[in-house]
Design a protein around this ligand. Structure first.
Ligand code: ADP
Length: 162
């Protein structure tokens, strides 16, 4: 059985993440979406809510597990008996950082590969950060994120403004 791990912050999950998830599912029998606590990055959504939103967005998919994790990605991959790490590459600007992480992970665990997947070009500019900025200014974000995420972002920034 082929198992893959897609790690990230998912603050919050977008159609870009979902595009990579769907592509990954074609390559494996089971996919773990590993949501990093990432306290250093000061995420807008707490870990429990990021997991909840990712679960809602993938509820129709059976061979997927959404989990919070803390620590090294390679340790998580090993613990799950997985074969590789999936990362998305949007534009060349992602490349430097992704190359560095992939090389570090290879040093830590030479048997674990990193696979890079390219999203549909429609999502190649989409970042969670941009979505949050749009939401702050009340822009319509429905086409970029699942409905639950759009509603949650509207609620969150309404609360902050009042
Ligand atoms: P991280 O903080 O680990 O970069 P993110 O949630 O921002 O976490 O991203 C997790 C993974 O999803 C990364 O590999 C990132 O490149 C990928 N990703 C995010 N948005 C997109 C998108 N629009 N298209 C393709 N990949 C994406």
């Amino acid at each position: 059985m082929k198992t893959l791990v897609f790690p990230g912050t998912f603050d919050p999950i977008t159609h870009g993440h979902l595009d990579i998830i769907m592509r990954s599912l074609h390559l494996c029998d089971h996919l773990y979406v590993a949501i990093a606590k990432s306290s250093r990055k000061q995420p807008v959504f707490p870990i429990e809510e990021r997991v909840e939103l990712a679960c809602l967005a993938t509820e129709k998919i059976s061979n997927i597990t959404i989990e919070a994790f803390d620590g090294l990605v390679v340790s998580y991959v090993e613990q799950k008996g997985a074969h590789a790490v999936i990362r998305g590459l949007r534009a060349s600007s992602d490349f430097e950082y992704e190359l560095q992480m992939a090389m570090i992970n290879r040093k830590l665990h030479p048997d674990i590969e990193t696979l890079f997947l390219i999203p549909n070009e429609e999502y190649s500019y989409l970042t969670s950060t941009a979505i949050k900025e749009l939401a702050i200014f009340g822009a319509d974000i429905k086409r970029f994120v699942p409905t639950d995420v759009a509603n949650r972002l509207v609620e969150r920034y309404k609360k902050k403004a009042s």
